[in-house]
Ligand binder design. Structure first.
Ligand SMILES: *Cc1c(COP(=O)(O)O)cnc(C)c1O
Length: 460
């Protein structure tokens, strides 16, 4: 079989055997799939040898870029020892070292603030990190002897993953509505989506009014609520909704006032995405429970952690027969290869001064975003660090959206693809989330292609 025939064969087999996530497979099978074979830096190569600039970090996981020698070597070295051993009844070296590293990292990020994150619970993806957080918060109150705290408060436009618990605290109707009969009850507070806020015109008004709505719910129902769960600063999958200043701090204060735990889902925002190691740092907020995944291994291996305070951990201590144990665990918990990758990936932040080196890139990114904001069908541009959402609208003055069925976001993405840039939109929002290691030159190129694609699609 010739190489070309082999590729054709793979394309057929993809369509025959794979059911792709979040994909209308009827559309998928009518098109030619891009099969990725290699990666380097912020580029990926398809089976035909064409290189693409990866504008969304392989869906938000790649931080330092593909094929990082340090991480490749760490995994190979670990592979010569053992690939997997469980944390159920045993421990392993890299999971211990990573746990210590994560706690020192949060100690540094949240120096001088309370509460202190001190314990690491491992799982293997963002959704499970959230499930762990929810169950921990729920059971914490039972151990404290507080009855009736059976519900959670989450936000509209929230996304916390696709398992049933995570969907229950989600707030994106187009994904979540159909599963409603399966979900547990949650209280939903408004999302501080200032561009389309029903409550206030300015950032300040939006922030204030949304907090007020949230407090109204807490006033009535805080006795029934175990925890507030949020994506701090940026609601990512909900459309890269960037919060107005003060909103996060306001939530922390309300949690303190009503004696509720705060869960921060930093699965998307963690590990430098927003320009700081953790988004919570922007408002000097420390959650009681923090979920991390996506960027943790630089996208090499599936891994997630749920960090908690001693206050929560200690509530689970007791005599064996008291059954205060946290009955939760996953087969790949604390996988040694994944932990080895994560350790080196975190070390790279210091070695390469990733956060410092990001700053000029963020400046360029914001310059380019301002140019895009002036385009006629761009309603709103929002960003934090190297995360951006560009909301396309049919009418800039009235903010009338494009009908979602029109797939305007995808049209722009396909246009960019022709120019060698890979992006994946969220409805009418163009998402840009390049690896933090992207060069100024490549960032320039990425932004110009996306701008061109938006112009090309919206002005004909
Ligand atoms: C992606 C994401 C998740 C889910 O992570 P998976 O690894 O895809 O299960 C949870 N929370 C946030 C904020 C995310 O962006």
């Amino acid at each position: 079989m010739s190489y070309l025939d082999k590729i054709k064969n793979l394309e057929e087999q993809d369509k025959k055997f794979i059911w792709h996530p979040f994909t209308q497979m009827k559309d998928w099978i009518e098109e030619r799939p891009i099969i990725i074979t290699d990666g380097r830096d912020c580029f990926v190569k398809d089976a035909y040898g064409k290189w693409y600039l990866d504008g969304v970090s392989s869906i938000w996981v790649s931080i330092h870029g593909h094929r990082r020698k340090e991480i490749d070597d760490a995994i190979k070295e670990q592979l010569d020892k053992i690939a997997h051993s469980t944390l159920l009844g045993l421990s392993n070296i890299t999971s211990i070292l990573l746990a210590e590293k994560l706690i020192s990292l949060t100690d540094k990020s949240f120096a001088g603030l309370q509460p202190q994150l001190s314990k690491v619970f491992y799982s293997d993806n963002g959704s499970t990190a959230v499930e762990v957080a929810l169950k921990m918060a729920f059971q914490y109150w039972i151990h404290k002897g507080v009855k009736g705290k059976h519900f959670f408060l989450s936000l509209k436009n929230a996304y916390h993953g696709d398992t049933i618990g995570a969907v229950s605290v989600g707030g994106i109707d187009i994904f979540h509505e159909v599963f409603k009969p399966l979900l547990f009850k949650t209280y939903k507070a408004p999302s501080p989506y200032c561009y389309r806020c029903d409550f206030g015109k300015t950032f300040l008004e939006c922030s204030f009014a949304c907090l007020k709505e949230l407090e109204n719910i807490l006033e009535k129902h805080s006795d029934e609520i175990a925890s507030v769960i949020i994506e701090p600063i940026v609601q990512a999958a909900g459309g890269m909704i960037v919060w107005p200043e003060g909103y996060l701090k306001g939530i922390r204060e309300l949690c303190n006032k009503y004696n509720l735990l705060l869960i921060a889902d930093e699965v998307a925002t963690g590990f430098g995405r927003t320009g700081k190691m953790f988004a919570c740092e922007y408002e000097n907020v420390v959650p009681d429970i923090m979920c991390l995944s996506k960027g943790i291994t630089n996208g090499y291996m599936p891994l997630a952690v749920t960090l908690s305070t001693d206050e929560i951990y200690n509530a689970f201590l007791g005599e064996f027969k008291e059954l205060k144990t946290f009955f939760h665990g996953h087969s790949y918990t604390g996988n040694p290869l994944a932990c080895a990758a994560a350790i080196v990936s975190i070390d790279l932040f210091e070695k390469e001064e990733t956060l410092k080196n990001m700053q000029p890139k963020i400046a360029l990114f914001e310059d380019k975003l301002r140019e895009i904001a002036d385009l006629p069908n761009v309603g709103n541009v929002r960003n934090k660090g190297l995360i951006a959402g560009i909301e396309l609208v049919k009418d800039k003055t009235t903010k009338e959206p494009y009908p979602w069925e029109e797939k305007i976001g995808w049209k722009v993405a396909y246009k960019a693809r022709e120019e060698g840039v890979l992006i994946r939109p969220l409805g009418n929002v163009i998402v840009i989330m390049p690896p933090l290691s992207i060069s100024i030159e490549n960032l320039n190129c990425l932004m110009d292609v996306i701008k061109g694609a938006i112009i090309g699609i919206t002005t004909n």
